[in-house]
Write a protein of this length. Structure first.
Length: 367
């Protein structure tokens, strides 16, 4: 019954389609649409004709490397436009705020540039000091400089550890073995678990923390002190502290490596296979192929991974909480000064990292 009904419906729709096609072909619509398309093409030609001539006189006469720069600027132009429209003004105003005392009252903000006042809320008898907010950040606030130094140190260490760990895991996940898709999902799972929703749920689970503490989470440490063992066998104290910090941060390293693993995995899969085939013909081992082919070919991606890891580490830092406290207390000048110090610290770390990596990065197109 249902099969016959299905056949009837199918036949009726097919007949309707044939009828519509025949009426369309016999009508004047095809000629009308052809003429419209013809005029549209003519209009587009005259609209873009100046640009075509400009391209022929400028872009086509450039060298290949110069053409790549022009194309890069064109693709970056939406980002630059968005930055100028939405971020330039707040950035400039925050820079001015960092040297000022800001009075916010009645929906208006009064800026006392280069001035500060002894009593908060009393804007009389100003004291002129252009760098007062920056002095407060480093000298008066006890938490900000300590957390800033800790963040820079931890970020530098975590960046090296996460980059190496992500590359090795990506090489392993690129090989063929059973359950590869499941293992890839496991390594990316912490990225999902570190979302804001999961963090909020975990923060509420104080009962779980109490149960874990009652079970004795430090039992292994009480039985065997790894630090004392490594010191007793003659390892330097600095090396012991470094290794101990890495071992205690294993979960954090795995949690923050998901995106980096995917980036490296995509880079490894883009390496031409004929390079590995030629290496196998020459008798190279997988170890030699990694150092001679894989690592040089993915070295440009290391810069991307380093930039992402540094920015991600700074966004997760406790320094952000210290800076936001100043915003909550309506200390806009202190908040702006701390924000600029924090931003310049991240830029400095990025600059140093990219400068060091630029000495060892291999670009296939330039060799």
């Amino acid at each position: 019954m249902f099969s016959k009904l299905k056949e009837k419906i199918k036949a009726s729709f097919s007949e309707l389609g044939v009828t519509i096609k025949e009426k369309y072909r016999n009508s004047k619509l095809p000629d009308f649409f052809a003429k419209c398309w013809h005029y549209i093409l003519i209009g587009l030609y005259y609209v873009f004709w100046p640009f075509i001539k400009l391209k022929q006189k400028t872009y086509d006469k450039l060298r290949y490397d110069q053409q790549k720069i022009v194309v890069s600027i064109i693709f970056l132009s939406p980002v630059l436009f968005g930055f100028i429209v939405f971020f330039a003004y707040p950035l400039i105003m925050s820079f001015i705020y960092s040297f000022s005392t800001v009075q916010a009252a009645g929906g208006k903000a009064t800026i006392y540039f280069g001035q500060y006042f002894q009593t908060k809320g009393v804007y009389e008898n100003p004291i002129y000091d252009l760098f007062h907010n920056y002095k407060y950040a480093f000298r008066v606030n006890a938490d900000f400089p300590v957390q800033l130094v800790n963040t820079i140190r931890d970020t530098a260490i975590d960046t090296v550890v996460i980059a190496i760990f992500s590359l090795l895991i990506a090489v392993m996940l690129n090989s063929k073995f059973r359950g590869r898709a499941f293992v890839r999902a496991v390594f990316f799972l912490p990225v999902i678990l570190n979302s804001e929703a999961i963090d909020a749920a975990i923060d509420k689970a104080s009962t779980v923390d109490a149960v874990l503490n009652s079970m004795g989470s430090g039992a292994l440490r009480a039985i065997f002190d790894l630090n004392m063992f490594m010191v007793s066998i003659g390892l330097p104290v600095g090396l012991v502290n470094f290794l101990s910090g890495i071992t205690t941060a294993i979960y954090r390293t795995i949690s923050y490596s998901g995106v980096q693993i995917l980036i490296f995995l995509a880079a490894i899969q883009s390496v031409p296979t004929h390079l590995y085939e030629a290496a196998r013909i020459e008798g190279a081992t997988k170890y030699e192929s990694f150092w001679k082919i894989t690592l040089p070919m993915v070295s440009p991606i290391i810069m991307t991974v380093v930039v992402y890891t540094i920015i991600d580490s700074f966004l997760r830092s406790e320094v952000n909480d210290i800076i936001n406290i100043q915003l909550t207390n309506a200390n806009y000048g202190y908040h702006a000064a701390m924000s600029w110090i924090y931003m310049l610290s991240s830029i400095l770390l990025l600059t140093v990292s990219l400068f060091l990596l630029s000495k060892v990065v291999f670009y296939q197109d330039e060799r």
